[in-house]
Design a protein around this ligand. Structure first.
Ligand code: KG4
Ligand code: ZN
Length: 370
């Protein structure tokens, strides 16, 4: 089964063709990050206008790259939430119009669920599934190399930080979440504070990587919220701001617009990243141990962070728990993950009708909320 997935929840326009929920035949992403960088964050009206101009070329390119024409497509899926209403409307309307015109099944996808399903996607040039595996996949069953339930997912994106127990496809039990800022949001705010631009996550990682392996003069606080699986990052953000102000004063220049000493920037970036990664890794591995899962999956843009991957793998390894994460390109917003998540719903016989509207505040469909 070949699914066309469309993603347009924020400032990326994506179209992808994915076979059997796992094999990527094409995955095109047009990013507007440069457009928004000059504003230090995403401007919703600008984002939806760019979505509109990108959607048709991105769709055409995806079909061309896959060497597929419309007759090869079995179903069409698009993100319907969460995200920016104007941006979501573009991809969702395109998907509905195409499905109607081609007489194909249509399904709306929850963007957060799709981030989790990026873990089912295979590396490029993977061999196709065998006939028996394809039959299992079409029925929604597992095939070798799939993540194994029960799973613990750490969902860390620009707007969400959640620990979710997933005993089987489609069942989500919320263990804990952030009480204030999301991890990605904290990366973006601190990126701006350090003059590293938008998006802050990759910029902070690059800055931290530039540091020599020497003791860091800065150490920033961790909010453990003991006895819960919750997170908090706003205190860390304030502590980083205070460290930046103290550094400016030490440089003899308190003008907030003046640049920081480059060595202080890399030290502060590393200290901030250490604090975030430390809390995420310790709390996730503790939850995984308590639940007795054998696999943990990372999902969302912050899952691209190499320090987080390494630190979490190191905490889980002694517990005999495996860590899985998508490739960097599949951690941030893309349409292949939309097609993958859609395939699992389609396999269960689910379809949406054209009345489905955008849902900017959509959550994962929690069966148990903590
Ligand atoms: O999942 P995503 O692409 O969009 C949302 O659904 O929100 O996540 C975007 C977030 C941004 O906050 C960005 O700064 C962060 O993911 N991010 C990273 C890295 N790459 C992207 N954070 C830390 N390290 C990275 N390498
Ligand atoms: Zn996302």
């Amino acid at each position: 089964m070949l699914v066309l997935g469309i993603e347009s929840s924020c400032d990326e326009t994506g179209a992808a063709l994915v076979a059997d929920g796992r094999l990527i035949h094409a995955n095109i992403v047009a990013s507007q990050a440069e457009v928004h960088a000059r504003y230090g964050g995403v401007v919703p009206e600008v984002a939806s206008r760019h979505q509109l101009s990108a959607i048709i070329p991105v769709l055409e390119l995806a079909l061309e790259r896959a060497g597929a024409d419309w007759s090869a497509v079995d179903a069409i899926a698009a993100t319907y939430g969460p995200g920016l209403a104007g941006s979501l409307l573009v991809g969702l309307s395109a998907a509905k119009a195409l499905a109607w015109a081609r007489g194909l099944p249509f399904i709306g996808v929850n963007h957060l669920e799709a981030h989790i399903y990026a873990n089912w996607l295979r590396p490029p040039a993977s061999p196709p599934l065998t006939a028996a595996e394809r039959a299992a996949a079409a029925a929604g069953a597992a095939v070798p190399d799939d993540p194994r339930f029960p799973l613990l997912a750490l969902v860390v994106s620009g707007a969400h930080t959640e620990l979710v127990h997933i005993p089987r496809h489609g069942r989500y039990e919320l263990l804990g979440q952030t009480r204030d800022d999301a991890a990605g949001e904290a990366f973006d705010k601190v990126g701006r504070l350090l003059g590293l631009g938008y998006p802050g996550g990759p910029a902070i990682q690059r800055a931290a990587d530039q540091r020599a392996d020497a003791p860091n003069p800065f150490r920033l606080p961790r909010a453990w919220l003991r006895g819960t699986h919750d997170f908090s990052f706003s205190g860390l953000k304030t502590a980083t701001l205070q460290a930046v102000e103290a550094q400016r004063a030490a440089q003899g220049d308190t003008d907030p617009a003046s640049p920081l000493d480059p060595a202080a920037v890399t030290d502060l970036a590393a200290a901030f990243q250490d604090a975030v990664v430390d809390v995420l890794a310790v709390k996730t591995s503790r939850a995984a141990r308590d639940l007795g899962v054998t696999q943990v999956v990372l999902a969302g843009g912050v899952a691209a962070n190499t320090a987080l991957r390494a630190r979490l793998a190191a905490s889980l390894d002694p517990l005999g728990i495996a860590l899985r994460y998508p490739s960097v390109a599949l951690c941030t917003d893309n349409a292949a993950m939309i097609a993958s998540a859609a395939s699992f719903h389609l396999a269960l016989g689910e379809r949406d009708d054209f009345a489905l509207d955008v849902a900017p505040g959509l959550q994962l469909p929690f069966a148990i909320a903590h």
